[in-house]
Design a protein around this ligand. Structure first.
Ligand SMILES: Cc1cc2nc3c(=O)[nH]c(=O)nc-3n(C[C@H](O)[C@H](O)[C@H](O)COP(=O)(O)OP(=O)(O)OC[C@H]3O[C@@H](n4cnc5c(N)ncnc54)[C@H](O)[C@@H]3O)c2cc1C
Length: 217
C-alpha cells in the first residue's frame, strides 16, 4: 500500500483533470475496480483548478464540453464559468467513486515498462512506486504555466502574474495592464479588465473579445 491506496494496481491513471476523471469514471463504471489515480495537484479539475481568474469560462458550448455520460444539469449559461465546471468535475468524481482512488500531491516522474513482468513501474517525485498493468496518461498540456521569456521582464518592478496564479487579492483598478499571450485565455481578458474598470486601449484586444451570450443552457 502507498498511503491508503494499493501499490499494485491493474490500471493507473496519471492526472485528474477532464481526461483523468473521465477515464477513471468510465473504467469504474465498466466494472474495473483496480484503478488508482495519481494527481500532482491538491484537487481534481486540471486547468479549471489552476485557472481562477475572473471570467474564466468554457469557450465551447457546455453541452459539447461536458461528458456525454454525465451531461450535468446545473449550467447557468451555455459557456459555463470555471467555478461551475470545477464543481461539475468534483460531482462526477464523487458519483462514480473516483475520489477515494485519487492520490493527490503526487507528481509522476517516470513510467518504465518491463517486458519481463509485463507491467509498468511508475515512480513519483517523492520516490514512491506503483506497479500497474495499464497506464493512462491524462497529464494534459495547459495546467503548468509557461512563462513568456520577454527581454527586460526581469527588470519589471510591478506585479506580474500568470493566469494560473491569479488570486482574489489582485486588484487591477487604476492600473496600467499589459496582457501577454494570444490563446483562448486572452479572449477572456477584455471582460476581466473591464470588470476592474480598466479601459482597453488595444483595438486588437477589443477584436478578440469572446461573444459569450447569456443563452440558457
Ligand atoms: C482557461 C482554459 C479554458 C479552456 N477552455 C476550453 C474549452 O472551452 N473547450 C475545450 O475543448 N478546451 C478548453 N481548454 C483546454 C483544456 O486543456 C481541455 O479542455 C481539458 O480541460 C484538458 O483536460 P486534461 O485532463 O487533458 O488536462 P488538464 O486539465 O491539464 O489536467 C491534467 C492534470 O494532470 C496533472 N498532471 C500533469 N502532469 C502530472 C504528473 N506528471 N503527475 C501527476 N499529475 C500530473 C495536472 O496537475 C492536472 O491536474 C481550456 C483550457 C484553459 C486553460
Amino acid at each position: 500500500m502507498v498511503g491508503a491506496l494499493p501499490a499494485e494496481t491493474e490500471i493507473l491513471v496519471i492526472g485528474a483533470g477532464l481526461g483523468g476523471v473521465g477515464a477513471a469514471a468510465k473504467l469504474l463504471h465498466a466494472g474495473h475496480e483496480s484503478v488508482v489515480v495519481l494527481e500532482a495537484g491538491d484537487r481534481i479539475g486540471g486547468v479549471w483548478r489552476v485557472n481562477q481568474y475572473p471570467n474564466v469560462a468554457c469557450d465551447t458550448p457546455i453541452d459539447l464540453y461536458a461528458y456525454k455520460f454525465f451531461p450535468g444539469d446545473t449550467w447557468s449559461t451555455n459557456f459555463a464559468p470555471g467555478t461551475e465546471i470545477q464543481a461539475y468535475f468534483e460531482r462526477v468524481a464523487k458519483q462514480f467513486g473516483v475520489t477515494p482512488r485519487i492520490r493527490f500531491n503526487t507528481r509522476v516522474s517516470s513510467a518504465v515498462w518491463s517486458e519481463q513482468t509485463g507491467r509498468w513501474l511508475v515512480t513519483s517525485t517523492d520516490g514512491r512506486q506503483w506497479s500497474a498493468r495499464y497506464v493512462v496518461w491524462a497529464g494534459g498540456l495547459f495546467s503548468q504555466p509557461l512563462l513568456a521569456v520577454t527581454k527586460g521582464v526581469e527588470t519589471f518592478t510591478g506585479l506580474s502574474v500568470h493566469s494560473t496564479e491569479w488570486h482574489e487579492g489582485i486588484d487591477l483598478e487604476g492600473k496600467r495592464v499589459a496582457v501577454s499571450g494570444d490563446g483562448p485565455v486572452y479572449t477572456h481578458w477584455p471582460d476581466t479588465m473591464e470588470s476592474f474598470g480598466v479601459r482597453i486601449a488595444s483595438e486588437g484586444m477589443q477584436g478578440v473579445r469572446f461573444n459569450r451570450q447569456k443563452v440558457p443552457a
